[in-house]
Every structure is written in C-alpha cells, then in structure tokens.
Design a protein around this ligand. Structure first.
Ligand code: ZN
Length: 177
C-alpha cells in the first residue's frame, strides 16, 4: 500500500519455515504503522506468529485488536495518538508473554522507529529508552526460547531521532549475554 514493494520480513519467515526446517517463526512489528502486508502474508499460516503495535487511527488503517489471524496467531495492540513509553512497554510486555508461551524458534523484528516522539509522520511519544526497553524484552523472551533474533530496519523519518533509536536498539542486540 505504498511503503514497500516486497514483504521482506514475511518472505524471510516463510523461507525459514519452508526451506530451513523450522516449525514456529515469530514476526514482531513495533513500527508506528500497522504491518498490514506482513499480516496479510502470514494470516493463514499457523506456523507464523505475528504481533504488532501501531498508532490508530493512522495509515494504513488496519491493525485492530479484533484482527487475530486464521488461527489466533496474530496479535494487534493499537495505540492512541500521544501514547508514551509506559503504555508502550506494557503492550510489549503482554506481547512477549504471549510469545514465550508460543515458543518461537526464530524471532524477526520489523524494527521501525517512527513511533519516536520526534517523528513527523505520526504522533506516538516514545523515546530511545523505550526502544531499549522493548528490544531488551524481545531479546530476553527469545533467549528464554533459545530463538535467535533478526532485526530488519523499517520506518523512521526524523533522521536524528532515527539514528539515536537505531543505536539504542542495536546496542541491546549486540549485548554479550
Ligand atoms: Zn512506519
């Protein structure tokens, strides 16, 4: 619907399932826009867990909590404009609890940083420390399941905030356990 030509993260998940012998792959999306293409591509695949937070209302308009996938394996937690870090971290805590029960073998992150308070395309109010906290939750949950984490850069339209946020995210990804 305008931002992507290929659903790279969904393709990666399908590739892991169809060609690398995995049975359960999770895609986690904290980009401020709903991962509508990823959701469509994984909707009827019970081997794929998809969870997403997004500002609502906002383009592309999908991602209601009632959208739960053909097998209940999709989780959408829409956030109202101006939602800050406390609520964001609580949402991701809930997603990670569900993820841990699902026992992923691989976690792929749609890492968009346009939820930052400085972003000109949306109006959530996260900052770098929220990306640090959420990344840590994701990594801790994946580690509890012995699942590696792969992160794909997605949105982020204030370049200074994007740089700081990516740095916060990568710092956690590269922490030595
Ligand atoms: Zn986005």
């Amino acid at each position: 619907m305008g931002f992507c030509i290929l659903g790279s993260v969904a393709i990666a998940a399908k590739r892991a399932l169809d060609h690398h012998g995995l049975d359960r792959v999770a895609v986690l999306d904290f980009d401020v826009h709903h991962g509508n293409g990823t959701q469509d591509l994984l909707w009827d695949d019970k081997r794929a867990f998809f969870a997403s937070t997004q500002q609502m209302p906002l383009f592309p308009g999908t991602g209601k909590a009632s959208e739960t996938g053909a097998f209940g394996q999709v989780t959408n937690l829409p956030l109202a404009p101006q939602t800050g870090g406390v609520e964001a971290r609580a949402a991701w805590q809930a997603i990670c609890a569900r993820l841990e029960n699902w026992r992923p073998q691989l976690v792929i992150v749609s890492a968009g940083f346009d939820s930052h308070r400085a972003d000109p395309l949306a109006s959530l109010a996260w900052d770098e420390s929220d990306f640090t906290a959420i990344t840590r939750m994701i990594c801790d949950t994946a580690a509890a399941c012995s699942a590696p984490v792969v992160s794909a850069l997605e949105g982020g339209y204030d370049l200074d905030a994007l740089g700081r946020s990516v740095r916060a995210h990568v710092d956690v990804l590269t922490e030595v356990a």
